[in-house]
Design a protein around this ligand. Structure first.
Ligand code: AKG
Ligand code: FE2
Length: 313
């Protein structure tokens, strides 16, 4: 395997404190457009997500993941749920999936009845609340970003916001346990991939980094650990929506030798348009990639089957 070492390049950085005037917003939209058109990747600071909400879900998640395995078995994901709500265990990686789709008493459209399931919350004080609180706060950040994205694509400011307002977005806690033995070097925690949804807002543990993104030039760049900063990865559905004007970010997670004996948490807010939104190329999109229009729910169901073997049919 080639060395996993990345380097600290100049990753695009958006400071949301500087959005006061229309001119500021135009500048920010331009930055978003450029970042998504090149690597599909952006770091965000100056948002309003309270650190306490981040710390709380991270702490509750770590408590859950390190709890008794027999207890964790009781919230194992049911693979007939397209949203795979609950726990999925993989080698060196566990994921806890949740969705607010059915938490807030929404009606799921009849064609997507298979998504109408409950979360599999563990019996752990404050766990569910920490997910609900974090979801609500990060959703505000998502809204801000979506307004800038719409502006960048010459769409009405709320164009995306209106298409993401039914809470379908899965919120996933990732846990990477310590490697049991010293590998003698860097280890791969999450292989290189592109997220398949519209856009991911990722929070990486501020104790250990490890996230790397690939630049347009083909270099792996370490995403610096910066408490309070979010990482935005554009996903394959948005690449499709924009006719490849924007590209999905290739990324992976490695453990540096000094970190491989420690565990690591990350929180992924996988922004998904409402189940019945038809994803068809936006007017200002590039002409490339004549993918057929698809609804968000049909797309998700298919990808969940490919990636996780989830199958409701
Ligand atoms: O753990 C991380 O930092 C990245 C996780 C990730 O890429 C994913 O969940 O899709
Ligand atoms: Fe990812």
């Amino acid at each position: 395997m080639p060395p996993l070492t990345g380097h600290g390049g100049d990753l695009p950085l958006l400071d949301l404190r500087a959005l006061g005037t229309a001119a500021d917003r135009t500048t920010a939209a331009k930055l978003v457009d450029e970042a998504f058109a090149t690597g599909g990747f952006l770091r965000v600071v100056g948002h309003a997500v309270p650190q306490a909400a981040i710390d709380r879900i991270a702490e509750r998640s770590r408590t859950f993941f390190t709890s008794d395995p027999a207890g964790k078995d009781t919230v194992q994901a049911d693979m007939s749920d397209p949203l795979t709500r609950g726990l999925i265990r993989r080698e060196h990686h566990e994921q806890f999936f949740s969705s607010m789709l059915t938490e807030d008493g929404r009606t799921v459209p009849p064609e997507y009845r298979d998504f109408d399931r409950s979360n599999r919350w563990p019996r752990l004080a404050g766990f569910r609340q920490s997910f609900a609180d974090y979801y609500r706060e990060v959703d505000v950040l998502a809204t801000t970003l979506m307004r800038l994205m719409a502006t960048a694509l010459e769409l009405p400011e709320n164009w995306f916001v209106e298409r993401f307002d039914q809470g379908f977005t899965p919120l996933v806690a990732n846990y990477y346990p310590p490697f049991p033995e010293d590998g003698g070097g860097e280890r791969l925690r999450h292989p290189a991939h592109r997220d398949w949804g519209a856009m991911t807002l990722l929070y990486q543990d501020d104790r250990h980094g490890g996230l790397q993104v690939r630049t347009a030039e083909g270099a792996w760049v370490d995403v610096p650990v910066a408490p309070g900063s979010f990482i935005v990865n554009l996903g394959m559905l948005m690449e499709r929506w924009t006719g490849r004007r924007w590209v999905a970010a290739l990324h992976r997670v490695v453990a540096l030798p000094e970190d491989s004996r420690s565990d690591r948490i990350s929180l992924a807010f996988f922004c998904q348009p409402n189940l019945d939104v038809l994803v068809d190329r936006v007017p200002s999109g590039a002409g490339d990639a004549a993918s057929d229009p698809v609804t968000s729910g049909d797309y998700y169901r298919k990808l969940a089957q490919v990636v996780y073997g989830a199958n409701a049919a």
